[in-house]
Design a protein around this ligand. Structure first.
Ligand SMILES: *Cc1c(COP(=O)(O)O)cnc(C)c1O
Length: 449
């Protein structure tokens, strides 16, 4: 078996996510045979450094021995069971752990099976909470410009990335979109904290105006990942928490991408010392092994649904694979690694190294900004550094970086013209240097064409 044969078989029957399939007339489809640590290997024996954690899910490497062992044991015990009326020890242990490690006050855990589903659950729960309390006028959600919350219709509606959303606009519920705290747009000399604070005024205004009809504000704490890895200061979260309390609106923190150490702390909300009313988790939750998501919420919200059956206040939402035992076991093993290996502390060295390898990009004539939050580093490629004029999207400069890096054995997958590193935590300092080296030359290559 080789790459070519498998690629042809793939292209004959498969339809891949987030892909213009016609691109593959020129772009090779790469069949992966094995994964170990940060490395993937294809069927021709070529290796690739997985610098994007396989779409932000992998934390401790491919074929991690600890997670593998846990899964093998779980497989011989219980793979899955209906999660209504029935439960299992692995699912209970995971919920206990999540309640324990997430911000204070989040004492209830509802499982779903992917990130978008978790967002749908949080939106429905928030709306339903107000409805159960007789506040039927609360039907709307506030979201930030440039936000991303998934692809299902509810999640897409509260997102704001035009590329994914615009086509489906006629199908989506109306939301209130507030200009965001994205620090790429701060003035020269203005700090992240100053800019994020200044931009909060717009959120405060929206809350003041609409609170009566709004269920919740939904945000991605600190980094808008799919929105080109744009970042902002924790002060925004602090102000938002206070304002949501003041105006009687829930706060939904979508930490699907940023949770589990990506921002330097286990959860991004910790950096603002806040607890949301709903916390959505997925992606890294299972270490990148299996689809699973969780929505953590408060006793107060749980109690609003807890009544005699005939009151018709129950949350009648389900997914077939809710609480899948294998996925829960992978998550437990992943959280175990965080605790046993003191990962958050150890990552501080990688975070410093990431900043160090990024230095050379700051003065590049086509780099408008190099930004970093914890284990996420982004390089904003532009046509003109002074005016920040972007390259025309049709030129697909990022794709050229992708192609160059692949040839060099590195999997980078730029978001438009933003090149980013979001590697698994088992990457070495030498591998971070390799990443930067390949990205540097990839940028030179992309600028030529
Ligand atoms: C990826 C992502 C989602 C959607 O998760 P899926 O599992 O892909 O449905 C939602 N919110 C954020 C912030 C994400 O990055």
């Amino acid at each position: 078996m080789n790459n070519k044969i498998l690629a042809n078989r793939d292209l004959a029957v498969l339809w891949h996510p987030c892909t213009q399939m016609k691109d593959h007339e020129n772009l090779p489809m790469i069949p992966i045979k094995t994964g170990r640590g940060v490395w993937l290997e294809d069927f021709d024996g070529k290796r690739y450094l997985d610098a994007v954690s396989s779409w932000w899910v992998n934390l401790f490497g491919h074929a991690n021995p600890i997670i593998n062992a846990a899964l093998k044991e779980q497989l011989d015990t219980l793979e899955h069971v209906i999660f209504a009326g029935f439960t299992h020890e692995t699912g209970i242990k995971l919920a206990e752990k999540l309640v324990d490690i997430t911000p204070a006050g989040l004492n209830r855990c509802f499982y779903a099976d992917n990130g978008s589903a978790a967002v749908e659950v949080a939106l429905k729960m928030s709306f339903h909470y107000w409805r159960n309390g007789g506040q039927t006028q609360k039907t709307k959600f506030i979201t930030l410009e440039n936000s991303y919350h998934g692809e299902t219709l509810g999640a897409l509606a509260v997102g704001n990335v035009a590329l994914y959303k615009e086509t489906y606009a006629p199908l989506l519920m109306d939301v209130i979109t507030v200009p965001g705290p994205d620090c790429y747009f701060r003035e020269v000399g203005e700090t992240w904290a100053e800019y994020s604070t200044r931009r909060f005024t717009l959120m405060e205004q929206a809350l003041q105006q609409h609170a009566g009809t709004v269920c919740a504000v939904i945000i991605e704490p600190l980094v808008q990942c799919a929105g080109s890895m744009r970042m902002y200061d924790p002060v925004y979260l602090k102000l938002l928490r206070q304002a949501c309390d003041k105006y009687g609106v829930h706060l939904i923190a979508d930490e699907i991408a940023v949770g589990f150490g990506r921002t330097g702390t286990l959860f991004a909300c910790e950096q603002a010392s806040i607890s949301p009313d709903f916390l959505c988790l997925s992606k890294g939750l299972t270490g990148g092994y299996l689809p699973l998501s969780a929505v953590l919420t408060t006793d107060n919200i749980y109690q609003a649904f807890y009544a005699d059956y005939t009151q018709l206040t129950a949350f009648l939402h389900s997914h077939s694979y809710t609480g899948n035992a294998l996925a829960c076991r992978a998550a437990l093993a992943t959280i175990g690694i965080f605790q046993q290996d003191n990962v958050i502390n150890k990552n501080q060295r990688l975070i410093a190294k990431l900043a160090e390898v990024a230095v050379r990009f700051h003065d590049h004539p086509n780099v408008a900004e190099v930004r970093q939050t914890g284990m996420i580093l982004a390089i904003e490629l532009v046509k003109n550094k002074a005016t920040r004029e972007p390259f025309a999207w049709q030129e697909r400069r990022g794709l050229k970086v992708y192609q160059y890096a692949l040839a060099q054995g590195v999997l980078l997958r730029p978001l438009g013209n933003v090149i980013y590193f979001m590697p698994p935590y088992v990457i070495t300092e030498a591998e971070l240097e390799l990443l930067a080296e390949v990205a540097w030359h990839g940028i030179q290559y992309a600028l030529k064409g």
